[in-house]
Design a protein around this ligand. Structure first.
Ligand code: NDP
Length: 241
């Protein structure tokens, strides 16, 4: 029987690496994206993975999209909530739009995506949910009250959902990457990366998306069945909790 995994933001960056790793592990993957059709087409062409376009901030769109995935591919066994955005600015200059966009995409999306699949996972007695938070949800970051709040919210959500579902064979865990070499980081100037970011990472380098994907692969495995509600830092030693 095919095992189905859904990866939000699955067509670029960390999500792309996760989608490919899960496919190589034998999963039929549905990669969800928001608007970059060009990147999604290229991704599907390269990998053969089906890309689905819907907005994870919209509960009805998530419900419709997940119903379509289930009808076409099968029941969802693995859900990786990875879609995220930043809208950085100091709080005293932040607009309500910047606040809500980041909270909706990075936090409310977890409700929107988990709610339609959790009852099925409970009924089948198995599920793996992995949420992608951030080091900045653990420690806070200048210019990111919106992002830090959303990512910290992901951690609390993960713990509560893990407690509710531990007896049903479902694990829920959250990863907190440090800086990963994706478009999100490439949008920063090289000077900022060299002078402000790299000197603060004891490992002396950025993470590669595949390093996050390998952690996801372990967490979805049957061997990781006793790991739930965990917050896992992947940050090259930048922040130790
Ligand atoms: P990218 O910007 O490279 O990719 C983001 C992905 O999310 C894209 O596929 C994008 O779709 C999708 N997406 C964004 N908004 C929505 C939405 N509303 N609905 C559906 N899909 C959406 O991000 P990264 O790979 O860098 O980051 C992935 C996750 O990891 C994020 O949650 C981020 O906060 C977190 N993270 C990243 C770090 C880093 O250094 N890169 C560090 C710590 C955490 P589209 O292609 O259509 O735009």
């Amino acid at each position: 029987m095919t095992k189905v995994a859904v990866v939000t933001g699955g067509t670029r960056g960390i999500g792309k690496a996760v989608s490919i790793a899960l496919q190589q592990q034998g999963y039929t993957v549905a990669a969800v994206y928001a608007s970059n059709d060009c990147a999604a087409r290229q991704f599907s062409y390269e990998t053969g993975i089906k890309a689905y376009k819907w907005d994870v901030t919209d509960f009805n769109a998530c419900q419709r999209g997940l119903n379509q995935v289930m009808a076409q591919l099968g029941e969802v066994e693995v859900l990786v909530n990875n879609a995220g955005i930043t809208r950085d600015t100091m709080f005293h200059k932040m607009t309500p739009e910047q606040w809500h966009a980041v909270i909706n995409t990075n936090l409310n999306s977890l409700f929107n995506m988990c709610r339609p699949v959790i009852e099925g996972m409970r009924a089948r007695g198995f599920g793996r949910i992995i949420n992608i938070s951030s080091i900045n949800g653990q420690k806070g970051q200048l210019g990111q009250t919106n992002y830090s709040a959303a990512k910290a919210g992901d951690i609390g959500f993960t713990k509560a959902l893990a407690l509710e579902n531990a007896s049903k064979g479902i694990t829920v865990n959250v990863l907190c990457p440090g800086y990963v070499e994706t478009d999100m980081v490439k949008s920063m100037s090289q000077e900022v990366v060299n002078t402000k970011i790299l000197p603060n990472i004891p490992a002396g380098r950025l993470a590669q998306p595949e390093e996050i994907a390998r952690c996801v692969l372990f967490l979805v495995s049957v061997d990781a069945g006793f790991i739930t509600g965990s917050t896992i830092s992947i940050n090259g030693g930048q922040y130790l909790v």
